[in-house]
Design a protein around this ligand. Sequence first.
Ligand SMILES: *[C@@H]1O[C@H](CO)[C@@H](O)[C@H](O)[C@H]1NC(C)=O
Ligand SMILES: *[C@@H]1O[C@H](CO)[C@@H](O)[C@H](O)[C@H]1NC(C)=O
Ligand SMILES: *[C@@H]1O[C@H](CO)[C@@H](O)[C@H](O)[C@H]1NC(C)=O
Ligand SMILES: *[C@@H]1O[C@H](CO)[C@@H](O)[C@H](O)[C@H]1NC(C)=O
Ligand SMILES: *[C@@H]1O[C@H](CO)[C@@H](O)[C@H](O)[C@H]1NC(C)=O
Ligand SMILES: *[C@@H]1O[C@H](CO)[C@@H](O)[C@H](O)[C@H]1NC(C)=O
Ligand SMILES: *[C@@H]1O[C@H](CO)[C@@H](O)[C@H](O)[C@H]1NC(C)=O
Ligand SMILES: *[C@@H]1O[C@H](CO)[C@@H](O)[C@H](O)[C@H]1NC(C)=O
Ligand SMILES: CC(=O)N[C@H]1CO[C@H](CO)[C@@H](O)[C@@H]1O
Ligand SMILES: CC(=O)N[C@H]1CO[C@H](CO)[C@@H](O)[C@@H]1O
Length: 761
Amino acid sequence: MATHNHHVPLYLWLSIVTISNLAKVSTLAHESNNYIIHMDSSFMPKAFADHHSWYLSTVDSVLSTSSISSKLIYSYTHVLNGFSASLSVPELEALKTSPGYISSVRDLPVKRDTTHSSQFLGLNSKTGAWPVSNYGKGTIIGLVDTGVWPENESFNDAGMSEIPPRWKGECESGTQFSSSLCNKKLIGARFFNKGIVARQPNVTFTMNSTRDTDGHGTHTSSTAAGNYVAGASCFNYAPGTASGMAPRAHVAMYKALWDEGALSSDIIAAIEQAVVDGVDVLSLSFGLDGVALYEDPVAIATFSAIEKGVFVSTSAGNEGPVYGSLHNGIPWVLTVAASTIDRDFQGTAHLGNGESVTGMTLFPGVNSSSTPIPIVFINACDNLKMLNKVGNKIVLCQDNNSLEEQYPTVQDANVAGGIFITNNTDLELFLQSQFPTLFLSPKEGETIKDYIKSNSNPKVSLEFQKTLLGVRPAPTVTSYTSRGPSSSFPFTLKPDITAPGSLILAAWPRNISVATINKKQVLYSEFNLLSGTSMACPHAAGLAALVKGAHPEWSPAAIRSAMMTTSDILDNTLSSIKDIGDHLLPASPLAMGAGHVNPNKALNPGLIYDATIDDYVNLLCALNYTKEQIQTITRSASNNCSSPSLDLNYPSFIAFFNVNDSKSGVQTTQEFRRTVTNVGKGQSTYIASVTAVKGFEVGVVPNKLVFRREGEQLSFKLSIRGRRLMKETVAFGYLTWVDTEGQHVVRSPIVATKLSSDVVV
Ligand SMILES: *[C@@H]1O[C@H](CO)[C@@H](O)[C@H](O)[C@H]1NC(C)=O
Ligand SMILES: *[C@@H]1O[C@H](CO)[C@@H](O)[C@H](O)[C@H]1NC(C)=O
Ligand SMILES: *[C@@H]1O[C@H](CO)[C@@H](O)[C@H](O)[C@H]1NC(C)=O
Ligand SMILES: *[C@@H]1O[C@H](CO)[C@@H](O)[C@H](O)[C@H]1NC(C)=O
Ligand SMILES: *[C@@H]1O[C@H](CO)[C@@H](O)[C@H](O)[C@H]1NC(C)=O
Ligand SMILES: *[C@@H]1O[C@H](CO)[C@@H](O)[C@H](O)[C@H]1NC(C)=O
Ligand SMILES: *[C@@H]1O[C@H](CO)[C@@H](O)[C@H](O)[C@H]1NC(C)=O
Ligand SMILES: *[C@@H]1O[C@H](CO)[C@@H](O)[C@H](O)[C@H]1NC(C)=O
Ligand SMILES: CC(=O)N[C@H]1CO[C@H](CO)[C@@H](O)[C@@H]1O
Ligand SMILES: CC(=O)N[C@H]1CO[C@H](CO)[C@@H](O)[C@@H]1O
């Protein structure tokens, strides 16, 4: 894990590596495993001073005689009622008969999934979200991640306000991490690994402290709230002044993702501590695939966080472009997809005849010598033996849909470099190369092929490290970003929104290598370019901190609604945002949610779709969860299930038309009820407008909302009518409320789909 293979894309690498041997689970009765135990606190006998001593005694009472000490890992009291413990199967069985026991789940491993992205999002110092929110001044963003490299300039505290007096966090010291490393920017640093120790008693940690030995957490935390750093770049690519989305917000790091693994028990402890410490926003760039809400540590711990007013941003995952691949499809959090920004990284090949061609590259090396090198056209570069006979020349390779094979073959070969002619749309997988390379479009490819054909001794010289801004079209939805519907709760449309995720420049630990060139020359950098929904999530977290800074009284659901309904569905060519994972067709809301986040508009949404904790309880009731399953999430034994409803007051709509039976051609109508709150100025009138959903009739009643005062709430009903089994897989359109003065456009996506609406249990 400490060294990384650079032709494996980083975002894939980040998600594969962490599923270490912790995932292997023994079934032998005498062997212990970690469990998370949910308890009903009303059963606590009065003799106990606190929950911790009750849990300790509960665990001790079931331990077999061979156990020498208590195996309690963590007691939880703020986001979960219960504890984690290392238990054998007979011990767990005995525990199930203890007073107050509700349920238990095995401790599951989780998956991990700038200079310029702020400008691309329209952030500037003159108007909008930055000046209005005072750059996030006074808000606190907490991240559960791989730790932080505190010395990096992104965490300097020049210009920062004092630490808010309400802050209860700490800067814990540990291996190569002294508590004096915190300052007014990095205000908290804590680490959680007792779950890993319980699972692997002999484990040795690379760094038993909050110091980042991976880079992921340094990158995500500086993306959310890094301070200004002039002259940032990654080997001269993406040069400029780097800053996070909320450059004046404070950062607190909770390290629970380790080189040695990442377990739910540690993550719940980290989220609990963040809530107790007083963070305003949480950024969680990881998730668990295919688990029910009542077993998902993110769903469970964030429910209480939301209840306490903490906004939670999560990553959708990097398993796209297949439908239903999304994680963190949790109705009370923000689920963020990843898109590109308007920036390309380029290099140029100067041909011997004076012409030149330009392609994409992130090769970090510079060739000071401009001596031209011989070039030879190979066609498909997939034969290592043949390439090795070429000698010190540049090979020109024609991609015939086998770039995944050709690229590593050229890397292993003894050639001077490789130029690929390709249509591949996922080039972020290949750009950070170990050898000099360019990726040319078929058109540029023809120029260089013609040159080679018409010349007896063709030569080129290569030039790297060019950054092109204003690339069109942008944003585009990436193919790797995971798609909805959510298998844990398909009835709210997920993801919610898309944010910059591809080739994002942010801070990096100076001791962790960024690239290897010439087969063994290891390179370091204070900044690195990474891709993934892991990068999109902290963008949204930082922007949510700006909205919260401007509207401290808004609930997490109101902030989410403001971000969703004001997001953009058009790219910088003013046509629909395209999906790289779907032949560059207009991106569906199952890929990008409501649209691309627009922080300046999010400050002034006009209307919001709010939701309360009771609404989320009604939704859990409607899922037919047992009383115990609901209690694991809400922590309350008396959930009011008198009005169950799957129809959450959400700023988006998803309807399933997937009934495949003898009446599948019959028309049916599905209805949604929504209530909007006027957060604009007092009197205003909104008119509904619907863009067509192919094959469906969409109705809105009433289609006019007349508000007399600020804070007033009005309701409407949206109906979608079509065949019980629709013909296409996905159809979509939009409901837009537009005020008559043209000040506000409040847009919600509408999806009809015949994909499965089965819920994971
Ligand atoms: C890590 O550090 C903490 C406190 O600094 C200590 O309690 C714990 O035993 C250490 N863990 C390991 C595995 O060294
Ligand atoms: C842990 O280390 C001890 C002592 O070195 C050894 O006896 C034991 O087998 C090890 N346990 C595991 C699970 O590797
Ligand atoms: C690449 O695009 C060109 C032009 O659109 C097309 O002719 C060619 O078949 C494509 N090649 C591949 C490998 O997809
Ligand atoms: C690409 O071309 C090479 C050589 O012509 C051939 O061996 C290979 O099967 C082709 N690959 C694909 C994916 O078409
Ligand atoms: C970083 O690398 C330097 C030089 O190799 C070394 O002295 C220092 O201890 C390292 N720091 C950490 C925190 O690993
Ligand atoms: C819950 O149970 C009711 C009654 O059996 C059923 O109609 C409904 O479809 C179930 N809901 C879900 C989400 O499975
Ligand atoms: C449950 O909620 C309904 C309204 O949704 C309310 O009328 C009722 O009083 C509540 N019951 C309890 C026990 O709180
Ligand atoms: C409907 O179900 C039948 C039988 O399971 C299956 O063969 C068919 O493909 C399904 N049709 C659609 C449109 O899903
Ligand atoms: C210890 C460490 O990594 N410090 C570096 C953080 O970044 C600044 C500026 O990029 C460097 O000057 C430090 O050396
Ligand atoms: C791609 C390229 O131009 N590579 C050259 C860089 O410089 C070294 C040393 O002069 C050459 O060996 C490479 O071929």
